[in-house]
Design a protein around this ligand. Sequence first.
Ligand code: ZN
Length: 147
Amino acid sequence: MKYWGYFVAKLLAILAFGYGSGRLLFLYFPKQKTLWKMQPFMHDLPYTLVVMAHFLLVAGLIWLAVWDQRYRCRTCLRKLRMPVANGGWHHVILGPPRTDYICPFGHGTLRVQELSLDGTFHRDWQEHDEDIWKELYALENNTADKS
Ligand SMILES: [Zn+2]
């Protein structure tokens, strides 16, 4: 819920920015004088170019929000770290290349397929049942006790 709430909040912020800046652009951009009243979009070249650039900016911000959201932990929303390459391009059928990302607090692992034979790139999020750092500390304590 927190994950999707954060995504919706980012999208709403981008849409608010896009709407506000679009309104400012419409109100304050100097328009050409015409004999009859026309909408400036598609009739005024500088205004049309600026509106198209504004659209591309907002679309790019939405793309950035989606891209950023894919590489966030589903539990704590932190950026996923420590990319590890697995598989290889010489094992396309049995071990296709993929990159694993992990939450720095051990909440889960994201497996991103680097090769897609059907055109869709699968991202597989696997939540860890237990905190992996506790498990590592337990191993470290066991080895310290034995020595
Ligand atoms: Zn996390």
